[in-house]
Structures are given as structure tokens and as C-alpha cells.
Design a binder for this molecule. Structure first.
Ligand code: HEC
Ligand code: HEC
Length: 191
């Protein structure tokens, strides 16, 4: 008996220890999954997928929300409670997951209209949105179209704080009628 109790205790302590060291980032991420879906693959339509986006992009956004530099309906408030280190860990966690495009059907004419309008987007996002040219640029193929439409409306509206000037200018250059179409074009791309 003298030896058994400490052994059992030691075993359960080791178990708790293992959980604590493997758990923190997953624990942090579990609150995100409630909205962004399991492994960051969202069930849409205005909630974006975040698994597999570039690390630097994810980190940028979270820090900008935390500092109030970037407008957000929900996320800004959310991130004030996290340390910069925790945000970096979350960015690493989500960036390591695979990007899973959710291919959304749309009218063929609308997709063709969106494809035409996406000419000026190609240099940075790639022809179908799957090949961002740097670590600060998100993937767009199979991202939720309704979400992308809303984001572009934010970039186009001067009063909404969106720090990325180039993306703002490019969004503004779109004809109003093309904004939804270009979002549908990217939403329909598998790769
Ligand atoms: C209550 C629901 C909710 C929770 C919880 C939540 N988010 Fe979000 N998230 C949203 C919504 C809605 C948007 C899109 C619009 C916006 O900016 O508010 C968004 C946008 C994002 C984006 C931008 C994605 C893109 O494609 O640019 C990132 C990154 C993100 N969230 C990360 C997280 C992380 C990490 C967590 C957990 C710490 C989290 N979110 C928790 C609702 C949520
Ligand atoms: C000069 C490079 C560049 C060009 C050209 C460009 N983008 Fe972007 N785009 C970016 C970057 C960088 C971001 C992230 C900006 C940020 O941090 O707010 C972005 C963000 C986006 C987002 C938000 C995605 C998300 O997950 O939140 C959408 C949608 C988008 N771009 C669509 C377009 C469309 C449509 C065009 C063409 C009309 C375009 N972009 C042209 C660089 C570019």
C-alpha cells in the first residue's frame, strides 16, 4: 500500500502534465472552432474558413484587431483577451492545417463575369485565388463568397478601418456590379 498510492498519483500527475503541455493551443483554438468550424473549415456562409491561411496573414489580422487598427464586427473584442504570444501560437496552429476549399455553385454567367473582373487581382492572389504571391495575402479559392463580398464592401468603404491600402484601392476599382460576381467566381474555385 505504501508504494501504490504514490505510484497511482504519479501516473495521474504525469497524465495531467502531458495534457497540459500538449493542450494549450488546441484549447485556445477550440473557442474559435465554435464559429470557424472544425480545423478552421467553416460551414459558412458569412463565417470565413481560416485553416491553411498563411501564418503572417493570420498573425497580422489578429494583432490589428487587438490594437483596434482594423475594423471588425466581432473579432476585435474577442482578441483583446489574448497575449501577443498566444496570438502567434494560434496563427501557427491554423497555418499548419490544410486549406480546404468549399466549392460553391453559382450561375455560369455570373462566374464568367467575375472571372473577367478578376484580371487585376491575379498578380497577388493567383489566377483562381489559390496562389497568393506572399505570406500576407490570403487564399480565396473556395472561401465563402458571401463573406468575401462583405469584406470587399469594407475595403471599398473609406470610413471602415482596413489598413491594407493596395487591397483597398483594388477593391475600389471594381465596378459595383462586379463585386458580388468576383466573390462568386473565387467561391466556385476548387484549386
Ligand atoms: C463568435 C464567432 C467567432 C469566434 C468565437 C471567432 N471568430 Fe474569427 N471571425 C468571425 C467572423 C464573423 C469573422 C468575419 C468578419 C469579422 O471580421 O468580424 C471572423 C474572421 C476571422 C478571421 C479572418 C479570416 C479571413 O479570411 O481573413 C480570422 C483570422 C479569425 N476570425 C480568427 C479567429 C480565431 C483565431 C479565433 C479564436 C481565438 C476566432 N476567430 C474566433 C467569428 C468568430
Ligand atoms: C497588390 C496585391 C493585391 C491585389 C492586386 C488584390 N489583392 Fe486582395 N488582398 C491582398 C492582400 C495583401 C490582402 C490582405 C489584406 C489585409 O490584410 O487586409 C487581400 C485580401 C483580399 C480579400 C479578403 C479575403 C479574406 O479572407 O478576408 C479578398 C476577398 C480579396 N483580397 C479579393 C481581391 C480581389 C477581388 C481583387 C481584384 C479586384 C484583389 N483582391 C486584388 C492583395 C491584393
Amino acid at each position: 500500500m505504501k508504494y501504490r498510492i504514490p505510484l497511482i498519483l504519479a501516473a495521474s500527475l504525469a497524465f495531467i502534465g502531458a495534457e497540459a503541455s500538449a493542450g494549450p493551443t488546441e484549447d485556445l483554438a477550440s473557442t474559435c472552432n465554435a464559429c470557424h468550424g472544425l480545423n478552421g473549415v467553416s460551414v459558412g456562409p458569412t463565417m470565413p474558413s481560416i485553416g491553411g491561411l498563411p501564418e503572417a496573414y493570420l498573425k497580422n489580422l489578429m494583432l490589428q484587431w487587438k490594437s483596434g487598427e482594423r475594423y471588425s464586427a466581432t473579432m476585435g473584442r474577442h482578441f483583446k483577451g489574448y497575449s501577443d504570444e498566444e496570438l502567434a501560437k494560434l496563427a501557427t496552429h491554423y497555418a499548419k492545417l490544410p486549406w480546404v476549399p468549399v466549392v460553391q455553385k453559382a450561375d455560369a454567367k455570373v462566374i464568367a463575369q467575375g472571372k473577367d473582373a478578376s484580371d487585376r487581382c491575379e498578380t497577388c492572389h493567383g489566377a483562381t485565388g489559390s496562389e497568393p504571391d506572399d505570406e500576407e495575402t490570403p487564399k480565396l479559392n473556395g472561401q465563402w463568397a458571401d463573406y468575401m463580398h462583405l469584406e470587399m464592401l469594407k475595403y471599398r468603404t473609406e470610413a471602415v478601418k482596413m489598413p491594407h491600402k493596395k487591397m483597398r484601392n483594388n477593391s475600389k476599382k471594381l465596378d459595383e456590379a462586379d463585386v458580388a460576381a468576383v466573390a462568386k467566381f473565387y467561391g466556385a474555385q476548387a484549386k
